[in-house]
Every structure is written in C-alpha cells, then in structure tokens.
Design a protein around this ligand. Structure first.
Ligand code: ATR
Length: 278
C-alpha cells in the first residue's frame, strides 16, 4: 500500500509539535503514513495548495498565518469552520480539499474528558480574537451553556456576539466588570496571549471571589502553568492548561484523516516532554 503523506503548513513552522504527535500516533496505530512540517510563506500559499493537489497530499493542518486565507483555495468548508471563519485541518476527499476547524471542538473535548459534560454552565471567555472565536462558536453550536465575553477592546467582543448565528445567551463585559462578577461563573477561560512566555508575569484579569469548584482554563501551554493558572490553583480552582486543547485539536484532525481515534493522552505527553515539563 502507498504511504500516505500529511503535514502542517505554516510560517514559521519548525517549532510545531504536530509532526511528533501525529507520527507517533501513525506508528502506534500501525498506519502507513508520514507527517512533516511544510514551510510556506504568505505569498506562496496558493502555489503550495496547487502543489499539494498535484502530489495528492492526503491532508494537512494549517497554522499561523494561513488559517483564514487558505479558505479561498479549498473546494469545500465544513459548517462550523465556515462560521468560525478559519480552517486548521484539510482532508483530501474524492479529489477535493475539504476544510475543518478542530480548535474549538478540541478545547471542548479536553474540558469534558477532564471535568465531565458541561450542562447549562455559565462560562466567561477572556479575549475576542481567533482562538476565542473558535471556542465561542463551538460552545454555541454544541452545548447549552451561556458564554459571556470580556475583552480589552469591547467592540471586538460585541462583534463576536453579533456574528454568531447559533442560539446562545451572552453578555459582553469590560475587563473591570468581569473582575467584579467572577463568583457567577462555573468556568473561566483565558484565550488571550497575556501571560505567555516571555511575558510570564502578566495576567489577563485579577481573579478573586471565585465560585467553589470553578474550573479555570488557560489555552497557553508555554509556560505550562501561567501566573493566571497559578493564582487560580492557589484559590482552590480546578485548572487546565493549553496542552489539552493542542493535543485534542490534533487528535480530532487525525480522526478526520484516518477514521481512527488516537490516544490524546499520548499526544499530551509528547507535548509536555517537548516543553520540558513533567
Ligand atoms: P489569537 O488568534 O491567538 O486569538 P488574536 O486574534 O490576535 O490572537 O487575538 C488576541 C486576543 O488577545 C484579543 O482578544 C486581544 O485583545 P484586543 O482585542 O483588545 O486586542 C487580546 N490581547 C492581546 N494582548 C493583550 C494585552 N496585552 N492585554 C489584554 N488583551 C490582550
């Protein structure tokens, strides 16, 4: 049987942990396939996609800065990815490239695996950029939770709410208002890059008055424990870092390509090892 080829397309892409995650899963599940980093400059994206067609690449992930622009070169886009307005996974299906977005679903899967099904919970999202958009639309489509949004630039949060066609209860808050109403929330999620290495002393909001049993999540994975998560843990919150979302978005892409469910915990371990954590 011919070896199938996959890859991750980005600029830069050499730091990506996806090749390690996917090649390990191919090996572990005895699938004859290979996954490699593919460096593509912004100006070369269209040519690159044409070349992928010519060589019959079986599928690929897309990362910064191509997630939005790639959409116009594909033959079809899944409904949720279309709503999110970005694609991170492409599969060659009947000679057509079809785009998906597994970021929000990967986040949701990681949360539900660790903390159980979220039923009617009140959630606060911090941030209104690309990552927040993927998580917000996924929660709106897939859950019955209410999701409030707080952001430094409040207009961007308003826009996110207005752009969502799925039925969801949402309030928009300033960062200060959010800080004063944290006791309402069952889960608080930082989707901004505030606190990411090397700015490890920054926090997106000050945590206080947390609900008992609250879940606090940071989608940052470097450092593994941001100052925000450390503060949450010290106040008794259950916490999760960004490794879970990263592994699970990859696991869902793998499932789209192969129809097989990889071991997401193995993927998490590979990421943590690469980051030098325990
Ligand atoms: P991503 O794709 O990672 O979500 P993005 O689309 O650039 O990145 O969005 C970045 C998010 O982090 C935004 O919500 C941004 O707030 P603004 O909309 O006000 O720009 C937020 N963010 C980035 N740096 C920030 C900072 N120093 N303080 C507060 N919020 C910040």
């Amino acid at each position: 049987m011919i070896k199938k080829e996959y890859g991750v397309v980005g600029c830069p892409v050499s730091h990506s942990m996806s090749p390690d995650m996917h090649n390990d899963a191919f090996h572990h599940l005895e699938i004859n396939a290979n996954y490699k980093p593919i460096h593509v400059e912004p100006s070369g994206l269209e040519n690159a996609i044409n070349m992928f067609r010519a060589v019959g690449l079986s599928g690929f992930n897309i990362t910064i800065p191509h997630k939005v622009k790639v959409m116009k070169y594909l033959d079809g886009i899944d409904e949720l990815a279309k709503e999110i307005g970005a694609v991170n996974t492409v599969i060659l299906q009947d000679d057509k490239f079809i785009g998906y977005n597994t970021d929000g679903l990967g986040f949701l899967k990681g949360i539900q695996e660790e903390f159980g099904i979220l039923n009617n919970k009140r959630i606060l999202l911090i941030g209104a950029g690309g990552a927040s958009r993927a998580i917000y639309f996924t929660f709106a489509k897939e859950t019955n939770c209410s999701v409030d949004i707080t952001n430094r630039t409040i207009e961007k949060a308003e826009q996110l709410k207005q752009n969502c066609k799925y039925n969801i209860e949402t309030n928009i808050l300033t960062l200060t208002d959010a800080e004063q109403s944290l006791e309402k929330y069952d889960m608080i999620v930082n989707t901004t890059q505030v606190g990411m290495s090397p700015e490890v002393d920054d926090i997106p909001i000050i945590l206080s008055n947390l609900k008992q049993d609250v879940i606090v999540v940071d989608i940052i994975y470097n450092p593994l424990e941001t100052k925000f998560l450390k503060n949450a843990r010290e106040q008794g919150a259950r916490i999760q870092n960004g490794v879970s979302m990263l592994a699970n978005q990859g696991a869902l892409a793998f499932e789209i390509w192969t129809g097989q469910i990889p071991d997401a915990k193995r993927m998490e371990k590979i990421i943590i090892d690469k980051l030098g954590g325990k």
